[in-house]
Design a protein around this ligand. Structure first.
Ligand code: SPV
Ligand code: MG
Length: 316
């Protein structure tokens, strides 16, 4: 039996909510520890980190649900799933939303790309959106499946990525809101059209953005025009690659492992992140530690159980 949550993700236009993009459970734990109050299960991140694959609908619904469950069970903050285009038509969307709900998701985002999708960050990829009517039918199916779980539903508009213009973006955003989305994510390559849409007052639902392609825009500027949420979708993944690639190369040339000490954390830092029982952490080697080797305490504050997970909320 499904227990409805007491509360859901709440966005408002007074303070922008930063939503941290996770690519696995460990990155989710680090984001939560840093203070993020909501997380994004990034399709781009899961494809890259867990499959070493491009973000073009190669990850199945089941694989995405499994990745979401591992993340949702690792943190206390609410988790919003990037459900891509919902894996098919309204029937597929309905099943996906239910499975994400059972996996502990507090929010689900569905986008209007055709299947198979092409990640919005691949500028040379062919791009096509489904019709507004078809997307609305998918969102209506998603709404029905989301309600028993109290899932926060996001309708994602790709008009600006597909060069269809501001009018198409506004029309789609408002249609998706009427079809049942609690908020709309309007993706874009630049901030200017987003600013124009946000300042126009024409959107019926809270606006969420992903500023990967306009990273110079200050968050204060987004907040000033009433944007309710900003997804920092892939920075943890990119930080991981930046840190790991040189270490991989240096491991082959190192005289001993102590040559790497300034570039890696201690084993006990990993133990802290994964909640190794107190007293079980391995002894540390005596090598000098770099400034980056920060001790992380191992207190377990996780709440067990999926029902408890569904009751999490973000109140901004
Ligand atoms: C993701 O993180 O998978 C997203 C955001 O959907 S983007 O990659 O910019 O499309
Ligand atoms: Mg995605």
């Amino acid at each position: 039996m499904i227990t409805p949550p007491r509360s859901r993700i709440q966005l408002n236009s007074h303070q922008i909510l930063k939503i941290g993009g996770a690519h696995d459970a460990l990155s989710a734990v680090m984001l939560e520890r840093a203070g993020f109050r909501a997380l994004w299960v990034s399709g781009f991140g899961i494809s890259a980190a867990q499959f070493a694959m491009p973000d073009i609908n190669l990850v199945s619904m089941t694989e995405s649900v499994d990745a979401t469950r591992r993340i949702a069970e690792s943190v206390d903050v609410p988790v919003i799933v990037d459900a891509d285009n919902g894996f098919g038509d309204g029937n597929n969307v309905a099943r996906a939303v239910r499975e994400f709900g059972l996996a502990g998701a507090a929010g689900v985002c569905i986008e209007d790309n055709t299947f198979p999708k092409r990640c919005s960050l691949y500028p040379g990829a062919p791009r096509e959106l489904i019709s507004i009517d078809e997307m609305c039918r998918k969102l209506q199916a998603a709404r029905r499946a989301a309600d028993p779980f109290g899932i926060f539903l996001i309708g994602r508009v790709e008009s600006l990525i597909a060069d269809l213009g501001i009018e198409d973006a506004v029309k789609r955003a408002n249609a998706y809101g009427e079809a049942g989305a609690d908020a709309v994510l309007v993706h874009a390559k630049q901030f200017a059209p987003i600013r124009e849409i946000a300042n126009s007052g024409r959107l019926g639902k809270p606006l969420i953005v992903v500023p990967t392609l306009y990273e110079d825009t200050p968050f204060d500027e987004m907040s000033a025009c009433g944007i309710a949420g900003v997804i920092l979708a892939n920075q943890m993944l990119r930080a991981m690659v930046r840190a790991c690639q040189p270490v991989a190369e240096r491991m082959l040339t190192a005289r001993s492992l102590s040559d790497l000490a300034n570039d890696i954390v201690r084993v006990s830092d990993i133990s802290g992140l994964v909640k190794v029982p107190a007293g079980w952490s391995p002894p540390e080697p005596s090598a000098t530690r770099g400034a980056s080797a920060r001790h992380v305490n191992g207190t377990d504050s996780r709440t067990p159980g999926r029902e408890a997970k569904r009751r999490k909320q973000v109140a901004v």
